[in-house]
Design a protein around this ligand. Structure first.
Ligand code: S3P
Length: 171
């Protein structure tokens, strides 16, 4: 079975949506940021502060490569993972990719920014970063899920699509 891969801007609801999908579909949830933290033995802000973004992206590539050799998981990705083709390629090969598209201004106003190094430059920079990334998310995705309301609504739509793709039931 393929992975069900969630991509999108930081704070768009990938983890929450992933948790709902994991319960409903009975598939394990894997979070690339958590795998990186485990491998590095420290938090994402610490990796950025001590080693820089390039080192973080390298860890991200390693984690994506390993996931590409397996299947059958809900994979919640870090928001910047699709920017690196070398990270996205193994996930595209091994999974079906859903882009959770949420208004970036709304996202900025509601997320916890304290543990997100790339959300520290203010609202306008966050919105501009989304504008820059959106075409990349679109190109990487098999499906675009608009989720203005809630991760639950997004999960409902993804569940219905997954059911069609995999022929599995979706409680
Ligand atoms: C990042 C998003 C974060 C995390 C890191 C970089 C990004 O994950 O991977 O801080 O470049 O958008 P979330 O999308 O889970 O916040």
């Amino acid at each position: 079975m393929k992975h069900l891969v969630l991509i999108g801007m930081m704070g768009c609801g990938k983890t929450t949506c992933g948790q709902i999908l994991s319960r409903r579909l009975g598939l394990p949830l894997v979070d690339t940021d958590q795998l990186i933290e485990r491998q590095a033995g420290c938090s994402i802000p610490q990796i950025f502060a001590r080693q820089g973004e390039d080192a973080f992206r390298q860890l991200e590539r390693q984690v994506a490569h390993r996931l590409g050799e397996t299947g059958g998981c809900i994979v919640a990705t870090g928001g910047g993972l699709p920017l690196q083709p070398e990270s996205m390629a193994p996930l595209r090969r091994s999974g079906v990719v859903f882009f959770l598209r949420r208004d970036p201004g709304l996202t900025y106003d509601t997320i916890d920014r304290s543990n997100r190094p790339l959300a520290q430059q203010g609202r306008a920079a966050f919105v501009a970063r989304f504008a820059q990334r959106e075409p990349i998310y679109q190109a990487a995705a098999d499906y675009v899920i608009d989720c203005p309301a809630s991760p639950r609504q997004a999960a409902d739509r993804i569940c219905a699509l997954w059911q069609q793709l995999e022929g599995s039931s979706c409680p």
